[in-house]
Structure formats: structure tokens, C-alpha cells
Design a protein around this ligand. Structure first.
Ligand code: PLP
Length: 823
């Protein structure tokens, strides 16, 4: 035996699947049931994308293989006659519409598609092949070019030339296209129902009209029934619904009995081509044992005279499944946008996750993972396996093996109903529980350590020139409680569960995002925006270290660019870990730390309190704590400009005093009394204390602040703890809070930091203002922010109808004062 360490095949896909808790190791399959290594049974409602049409370990299939092996049938004898392959070709021809006279076997659907492309080109001498928008024909390069969808082709270009696309289901557009250039077109490839495109059923009559048009223009009609064929839609081939006979018919998936890779390209005599016949080959084609299985499948589906085939039964089961799913769509309109399909091929199109209701839902929606999350809920809560269609983010496909019983159909519908009910009540908690993120299971945790690869987010949705300008603001959790604020769906979680959630969500790359409401300026300008979260606590960021965190912030800025941001603001530690923005400039979007408005608004709030008290700045003794930081330094500059009676820059005795001394010298150059000091007791002589340290603990609580002092605390976590805030003889202002033009506006549930509606942190406000203002340059980047930037920020506030919030408007709640602050 080979020992494998960790995922051996495609580890990137495995991690994504593990993230969604969809990783199961199935050890047994029987009919529609799969059993995993822990003995849990799941009802298979996806049938390996249709390949397991007769169910797992189908008796007919096993018998055919045994008989072939027992009789020593030679599997591979090319180029000699393969008797079983001949028989299968004839059997398929006997049941396929129009009874085609030729058959080419292949080892995958895509290979059958490739053969068909070559055939129609060889037969017509024309190169151009048409397909439909939204189609899916496989992933080899020719099939991918025929498919033509950017999401499948990204990174694999250039695609092969000679393909063009028409709208699916639009006969008039097809007619116009064929009339415009009838000459060089070799063929039109269509799926009777687009499977991977989201189970899209064309309008009645479309296929028949396409047939007429192709005949009229001498263009081959190739029907790709690799997904819809062999009973899947309640008929042996879906084109029978409209009595259409194609020139070339492709089948695959279930043909191999869920055991062999086997596909077929069936060709009408009039479209066969000698050059193709002599020029095309494939080593593993015409496998006699695989063909014996294919024969058993065709017999089981079509019947053999003595008993009706499975197809008729599948049609009846399909009616029951469709009726059930449609009923659910009507009952849960907030969860299901539409149920559509035919036979046993159904899609449940989910409503987009409400990304204004929490960061995780926004993340799943934007990464195209919401339908996978729904699949996880269905599997975990109801033991039903269904998976999304490829390349369509919100469609869950329900396509069980054709042998499914009535009772099993009811189990599937019941499971989907339970999923809908849970997603309607509390999508976030339901998904998080189904992902297994609330279990304190160390091994699962360790397995999730490596971040899952994330598909690129959807491109900016509005790239039209007249679209609103857009901002993005980066945040992180500052304490576990923040999860309850930003994810109200998780409010009921215990502390242990919350801790477990934080551990799991921390493994996600930046991308948790929340779409913010439109902000309207007093000038009438409008902007929209995104909050993008690094789902980490500050402690965790510190533990990971600067290099890792800088890369994470860069990743988040790049994500913001892809989401169409015109300016990116850095909240909390994202500013610290990007060197106050310096590490993320030049990435195609202006950056702001928001420090200019934070300092200016905090200083103005303090000044307002002083004025209310009749205290003139010229007579005031002011202390600034944290003046080595960019916000503290800017507050010191703002204070010095007004020439107070005394300005103390209070430094940490453990730090190098040089920077503070230099700043004191610079600010005192015009004669203002400015001193750099380390003795904290000196705040006892001050009237105004402006505090912006990065100490992350209530440093002011230990200082002898005199009665009557005005304390303006702009630090997050706060410098003023319960001792200072509890004193009735002090005025404590939480600085850096801005009142928005709209008093009802909030950013996500809980307004991000638990702030009341109508106010926002100054750093976020500056980001929004810069978007409104149409900035093209960085702001507040680096350690030294000039006074002019503070003035500019306040000027923007005035112009756009933003104000420094009244005292108490952004008061921190008690838990935040104790445990940590805002970002
Ligand atoms: N054509 C259609 C309509 C399909 O649905 C698929 C697969 O899903 C293919 C072609 C490609 O088949 P395969 O994955 O076997 O290459």
C-alpha cells in the first residue's frame, strides 16, 4: 500500500471542500446510498454529476463485468474488431433518435465533444462552430473553447479560435446569426437543457426551431446530451421531447454504469466523414468490458421487451421530485428564487445570501461558496448529498440516480425543506453549525490550518462609467464579542462556541465582506462601499507576526480593488501592519489610514468641551499621550498651532525619548511652551488630556488626573478604563467619532463596533468622504501626517454634511472599555 500524507490528489480542491465540511470518505455505495468511514449513511442526490445513473454497485453492471471477466473477454483489441463495442454502438443506434449509423467511443464527455468538433469540421471543410452562451461542454482545450465561459477558461488561455456563441433559447437570434454568415459555419452545438449552466430549460419549440434553421443552412446540429441523455430528463434523450433528430448526438456519464469512463459520439450517416474516420483515434476507446457494461445500461434504461425500462420510472419519480421542489420554492421565497428542471435533473436556485446581514454571508456570496454552504447544511442536517452546478454560484443541483424510489424522493424533499427552513430562520448560525465550526475538535482545526484557496471574487458589478464611486474599509475583530455584533445570527453562541468560530474563521483569507448602504453627501453625491474583514483578533494578528499580516492586508487591498473600490481605508491594526498604509500604496487604489480625520475630530471634540466650559485654549494646559504615534502627533500639532499655555508630550519612560524631544522642539519653535516628559504624574496639572497610545490597556486609570479635567480618549483599545470613566468629576469624550448626514445610517448589523445608528468612526468616515470627494491620492499614510491633511479632512466634513459627533454619541459600552476597543 502507498502511504499518503494529507491530501494527495488536488490538495487545493480538498481544502475548499473541507472548509465547507463536505469532505467525506465514502467506503460503501449501494443504490442511492453512500456510507462514510464513520458508518453514517447519506442519500446520494447528485449521482456523481449524473454518472451513477443506475445507482451505486448496480446489479446489472456488476453482472456484466463479472460475465465479461469470467469469459475472458479481451478488453482492448484495437484496431481489431471489438465485438462488444460494436454491439453497444448498434444498441445505441437502435434507441437514439434518427437511428444514427456511426458511433465513435471516447473515455470522457469532453473527448466525445472533441471528436464531434473534428468531425463536423472535416465533413464541411468549415472551421466556425457555434455554441450557446452559458453552455458547458467539458474542460479539454477544444471543449473549453466551445464552452467559451471565462470562469472556466481563466488562466488557461489562449482558447482555440473558430468558435462563436449565440444566446441560449433565443431562436430569433440564432436565425439572425445563421442568416448573417451561413457560409463558414460547420455546426451548432446545443445542450437540450443546459446542465452546468444552472439547469436552464429553453422555451418550448426552441430545439425544433434550431433543427429547422440548421437544416436550412446546411449546418450540423450537434446535441450534447452528455448530461441530459440516458434517461436523466425522463426520456431516453431529452431531444425526444420535441421530436428533434440531431445530426450528431453525444452521450456519456451514465453510459459507463458508474464504473467505466465511457462516452459516445453518434453520427447520422449523412454526416460521417472518411477523413475523420481515418484521422481520429484513442487508445482506450472500444474497450469490450466497458462496452459490455454500456450494453447493460442501455438495456436497463430502455427495457428489453420483457420489462419496462428505468426511463419511464424516472419520469414518474421526476414528477414527484419537481412537484416537491416547486412547492418548497413557493413556501420559502426568501431562500429559493426558483425550482426548475425536468425528469430527475433539477435545480434549486437560491436567493443570494443577504450580505448586509453579516460578514460571513457576504464572504460566502462573494466567493461563490453560498450554494456549497447550502449543500453542507443539507448533508449535515439531513444526510442528503447535493452539489452546486459548475460556474453558477447559487444553484444547487438535485439529480439522484434514476433508481431512486418514491420514499427516497420524499426524503430528499424533506431534507431540502429542512434546509430551507433553517436558512430562512438563521442562515449564519445554520451554516456555521453545518460547517462544523462550533465543535472544539482539534484535529479538524489542525486540518483547516492552511487557508483554503479562494476563487476570485465576482468582478466589480458596476463598471459603467456613471456608476457610483466605491470605498472599501478594512477591519478585524477586536474581541470575540465583536463577532456577535457583526454576525447577529451568532448571538446565541456560547463563549466556547464563539472561540471555536473565531479559530475557524481566522483560517479564511481576507474576504469576509459586508456590503454597506449608499451614503449620500449634502452635495447630492452618492457612494457605496464594502467592509472587508480580516477575521482575526488583534492578539492573533500579533501572534502571526508582521510579515504574515502585511501580506494579509495586501491581499485584502487587492480584493478591494477587484471589488471595484476607488479608495481603501485601513481600520485598526490593518493600518499598523501595513506601516500606516505605506506597505499597501501603489496597488492601483488610493489608500487612507483615516488618521487625519481621527486626530482632527478628536481634537475638535475636546476643544468643544473646553469652549462649553469657558476654557480658552490659550489658557489651557494640555497633555498628549501617545504623541509618537501618527494620531497623537497630529493632535499635538493641532494643539500647538493654537498656542496653549502649556503642551506636554507624555512619553513612555521605556521608549527612546529622541523622537518626542524632536517633536517638542519643532512644535515649540515659535515660542509655545512644549515639553517632552516621561513623568505621568504631570497630567495632574493639565486641563485637557488627549490620549492616543497603542498600549491596549487603560493607562489613564493609573494617573492622578485632577478633578475637572477634560479627557479625550481616541485610543482603541481605550486608554481610559472603568476608573477614569466612572469618575463624576471628569469629562470623558470618546474622540474620533463622526455624525453622518443620515441619522439612521449604520454599517451592517450593530453598526460594526456596536455604535448607535448615524455615527461612524472617523477613519471609516474619512474613507467615505474621500470616495465622495473623488480622491486620486493617498491620505494619512506614514507616521507623519501634516496639519494640512487634518484641515482638508475637516473641510471635506463640512462640504459633505458630516460633523464631529456630540459627546456620548459614540460612547463605548462597558465590555469594550474592559476588554478592548474598536478598530
Ligand atoms: N457536456 C456536458 C453537457 C456536460 O455536462 C459535461 C460534464 O458535465 C461534459 C460535456 C464533459 O464531460 P466529462 O466531464 O466527462 O468530460
Amino acid at each position: 500500500m502507498f502511504e499518503t500524507q494529507g491530501p494527495f490528489n488536488n490538495p487545493e480542491l480538498r481544502r475548499l471542500i473541507r472548509l465547507c465540511n463536505l469532505e467525506h470518505t465514502f467506503v460503501q455505495g449501494q443504490g442511492v446510498w453512500l456510507t462514510d468511514a464513520d458508518g453514517r449513511r447519506y442519500l446520494d442526490a447528485y449521482a456523481q454529476y449524473g454518472a451513477v445513473a443506475l445507482g451505486h454497485a448496480a446489479p446489472e453492471v456488476s453482472a456484466a463485468v463479472r460475465a465479461a471477466l469470467d469469459s475472458h473477454t479481451p478488453a482492448m483489441v484495437q484496431p481489431y474488431l471489438a465485438a462488444q463495442a460494436e454491439a453497444l454502438g448498434a444498441a445505441l443506434a437502435a434507441v437514439a433518435p434518427g437511428h444514427p449509423r456511426r458511433c465513435v467511443f471516447a473515455s470522457s464527455g469532453a473527448e466525445a465533444v472533441e471528436a464531434a468538433i473534428k468531425l463536423v469540421r472535416a465533413r464541411t471543410g468549415r472551421s466556425l462552430v457555434l455554441a450557446a452562451n452559458g453552455a458547458y461542454h467539458g474542460k479539454t482545450l477544444g471543449a473549453l473553447s466551445l464552452t467559451g465561459r471565462a470562469e472556466h477558461a481563466d488562466g488557461f488561455g489562449p482558447l482555440a479560435p473558430g468558435f462563436d456563441h449565440v444566446p441560449f433559447g433565443d431562436a430569433a437570434a440564432l436565425e439572425a446569426r445563421l442568416a448573417r454568415a451561413p457560409g463558414p459555419i460547420a455546426a451548432l452545438f446545443l445542450e437540450p437543457i443546459q446542465g452546468e449552466g444552472g439547469v436552464i430549460v429553453p422555451p418550448p419549440g426552441y430545439l425544433a426551431r434550431a433543427r429547422e434553421l440548421c437544416t436550412r443552412h446546411g449546418v450540423a446540429l450537434v446535441l450534447d446530451e452528455i448530461q441530459t441523455g440516458l434517461g436523466r430528463t425522463g426520456r431516453l434523450f431529452a431531444c425526444e421531447e420535441e421530436g428533434v433528430v440531431p445530426d450528431v448526438l453525444l452521450a456519456g456519464k451514465g453510459l459507463g454504469g458508474g464504473l467505466f469512463p465511457l462516452a459516445a459520439c453518434l453520427v447520422a450517416d449523412s454526416w460521417w466523414d472518411e477523413r475523420f474516420a481515418l484521422g481520429h483515434s484513442s487508445t482506450f476507446a472500444n474497450n469490450n468490458v466497458a462496452a459490455a457494461v454500456g450494453l447493460a445500461v442501455v438495456r436497463a434504461l430502455a427495457g428489453d421487451g420483457s420489462a419496462p425500462g428505468l426511463v419511464a420510472r424516472a419520469a414518474a419519480r421526476g414528477e414527484r421530485l419537481g412537484a416537491g421542489l416547486r412547492r418548497l420554492a413557493a413556501r420559502y421565497p426568501r431562500v429559493v428564487a426558483e425550482a426548475r428542471g425536468r425528469g430527475l435533473l433539477w435545480a434549486l436556485e437560491l436567493q443570494p445570501a443577504d450580505e448586509t446581514q453579516g460578514l460571513l454571508l457576504g464572504y460566502l456570496q462573494h466567493q461563490g461558496l453560498y450554494a456549497y454552504a447550502a449543500a453542507a447544511v443539507l448533508a449535515e442536517q439531513s444526510s442528503v448529498l447535493a452539489l452546486p452546478t459548475l460556474g453558477t454560484s447559487n444553484v444547487l443541483r438535485i439529480a439522484p440516480p434514476l433508481v431512486v424510489s418514491e420514499e427516497e424522493i420524499d426524503l430528499i424533499v424533506d431534507g431540502v425543506e429542512s434546509m430551507c427552513g433553517k436558512l430562512a430562520r438563521n442562515p449564519c448560525e445554520t451554516i456555521v453549525r453545518s460547517f462544523g465550526w462550533l465543535r472544539a475538535d482539534e484535529s479538524a482545526r489542525a486540518a483547516a490550518r492552511t487557508p483554503a484557496p479562494v476563487p476570485p471574487p465576482s468582478p466589480p458589478s458596476a463598471s459603467a462609467p456613471d456608476r457610483r464611486r466605491r470605498w472599501a474599509f478594512l477591519v478585524h475583530y477586536t474581541r470575540p464579542e465583536d463577532v456577535r455584533v457583526t454576525e447577529p445570527g451568532l448571538a446565541r453562541l456560547s463563549d466556547a462556541e464563539l472561540g471555536s468560530y473565531c479559530g475557524r474563521v481566522a483560517e479564511l483569507p481576507a474576504g469576509l465582506c459586508l456590503r454597506a448602504p449608499v451614503v449620500r453627501s449634502a452635495t447630492g453625491a452618492e457612494v457605496d462601499g464594502f467592509i472587508i474583514a480580516l477575521p482575526l483578533l488583534a492578539e492573533e494578528m500579533l501572534r502571526r507576526g508582521r510579515r504574515t499580516m502585511t501580506a494579509a492586508v495586501q491581499h485584502a487591498v487587492d480584493l478591494a480593488v477587484r471589488l471595484g473600490a476607488d479608495v481603501v481605508g485601513l481600520g485598526g491594526f490593518t493600518s499598523v501592519f501595513s506601516n500606516r498604509g505605506a506597505a499597501v500604496t501603489g496597488r492601483g487604489v488610493p489608500i487612507t489610514t483615516g488618521n487625519a480625520l481621527t486626530a482632527a475630530a478628536a481634537y475638535q471634540a475636546a476643544r468643544r468641551e473646553a469652549a462649553a466650559r469657558g476654557l480658552r485654549i490659550a489658557d489651557a494646559r494640555i497633555a498628549v499621550l501617545g504623541a509618537r504615534g501618527s494620531v497623537g502627533a497630529l493632535m499635538a500639532r493641532l494643539a500647538a498651532r493654537e498656542r496653549p499655555a502649556e503642551l506636554l508630550l507624555l512619553g513612555n519612560p521605556q521608549s527612546d525619548p529622541a523622537a518626542l524631544t524632536a517633536l517638542a522642539r519643532e512644535l515649540g519653535a515659535d515660542g509655545t511652551a512644549v515639553r517632552a516628559v516621561t513623568d505621568g504624574t504631570l497630567v495632574g496639572n493639565c486641563d485637557l488630556v488627549l490620549s492616543a497610545t497603542g498600549a491596549a490597556r487603560p493607562v489613564l486609570d493609573a494617573l492622578p488626573i485632577a478633578p475637572g479635567t477634560i479627557v479625550c480618549d481616541v485610543a482603541r483599545p481605550p486608554d481610559a478604563g472603568p476608573a477614569v470613566r466612572g469618575r463624576a468629576d471628569l469629562t470623558v469624550v470618546d474622540g474620533g467619532i463622526i455624525a453622518l448626514p443620515d441619522p439612521d445610517l449604520g454599517f451592517g448589523p450593530g453598526n460594526l463596533q456596536g455604535l448607535p445608528p448615524g455615527v461612524a468612526l472617523a477613519c471609516l468616515s474619512e474613507t467615505i468622504l474621500l470616495a465622495l470627494d473623488g480622491t486620486r491620492v493617498d491620505h494619512g499614510v506614514g507616521d507623519e501626517v501634516p496639519l494640512a491633511e487634518a484641515d482638508f479632512a475637516m473641510e471635506m466634513c463640512r462640504r459633505h454634511g458630516f460633523r464631529v459627533a456630540a459627546r456620548g454619541a459614540g460612547r463605548l459600552d462597558a465590555a469594550r472599555v474592559r476588554g478592548g476597543g474598536a478598530g
